[in-house]
Design a protein around this ligand. Structure first.
Ligand code: PGA
Length: 248
């Protein structure tokens, strides 16, 4: 377990990101972690500048599903690549809900990112209603198949799946380690059925949703996951450093 992704969401001006990173980098030990900081677009430059040579990847939180064109306000895969971005988050529940992003749009975004040499952090997860009506497996299958439609197996090397139950994102609630294990087994089964068993074993899967330095310990023994996606708790450099040292 060594993958850690930080989702800064819509937080921090470039100046605030700079101050955060100066504190964070002064105590960060990079040796065993594969860390990606998914910053707001406006902080990509400062993130790249300060993290250069520190063994930290820079990620974005969104990209356009079109390569180019008249899309005021959108940011293309090519622009992200040119800004030093290695990974981009797609399918986050906040974007699925607020911006009505469906599986077709997510699939197009994934293809644009791959074409531009950018890796994906694909978020999937069930709502509380899905969970209570025992539809978790069905929802995961539909989200994964929709997002990864038409991809070649070797492209999965550039995809990390983040299992993020919607009811756990930003709520302080988390599933049990057993529940995570069962959902992640389903994710691996879908990959095995649609691609291959080899792909299902090697694809990286992380858990995300209300992870902090206190509750992360109970999930460190989950053998089926490769790490975590951290939202709110990454915004405090000291708290995030604690998480980094526990996951390492
Ligand atoms: P959270 O966010 O850790 O604040 O729940 C996770 C996410 O949005 O990916």
């Amino acid at each position: 377990m060594n993958t850690l992704i930080a989702n800064f969401k819509m937080n921090m001006s470039p100046e605030e990101t700079k101050n955060y990173l100066i504190t964070f980098l002064s105590r960060y030990e990079s040796d065993k972690l594969d860390l990606t900081l998914c910053l707001p677009y406006t902080s990509l430059y400062v993130g790249n500048y300060l993290c250069k040579g520190k063994g930290i990847r820079i990620g974005a939180q969104n990209l356009s599903d079109e390569e180019t064109g008249r899309n005021t306000g959108e940011v293309s895969g090519n622009m992200l690549k040119g800004s030093g971005v290695d990974y981009v988050i797609v399918g986050h529940s906040e974007r699925r809900k607020k911006f009505k992003e469906d599986s077709k749009a997510i699939n197009r975004k994934i293809k644009v990112a791959l074409k531009n040499g950018i890796g994906l952090i694909l978020c999937v997860g069930e709502s509380l209603i899905d969970r209570n009506t025992l539809k978790t497996k069905e929802v995961l299958k539909e989200q994964i198949e929709g997002a990864l439609k038409g991809l070649y197996e070797n492209e999965l090397e550039r995809v990390i799946i983040a299992y993020e139950p919607i009811w756990a994102v930003g709520t302080g609630q988390t599933p049990s380690a057993k529940e995570i294990d069962s959902a992640v087994k389903e994710v691996r089964k879908v990959i095995s059925d649609d691609f291959s068993e080899v792909a299902s074993k090697s694809i990286r899967i992380v858990y995300g949703g209300s992870i902090d330095s206190k509750n992360v310990k109970q999930f460190l023994s989950c053998k089926n996951i490769d790490g975590f996606l951290v939202g709110h708790a990454c915004l405090d450099a000291n708290e995030f450093l604690k998480i980094c040292s526990l996951v390492r």
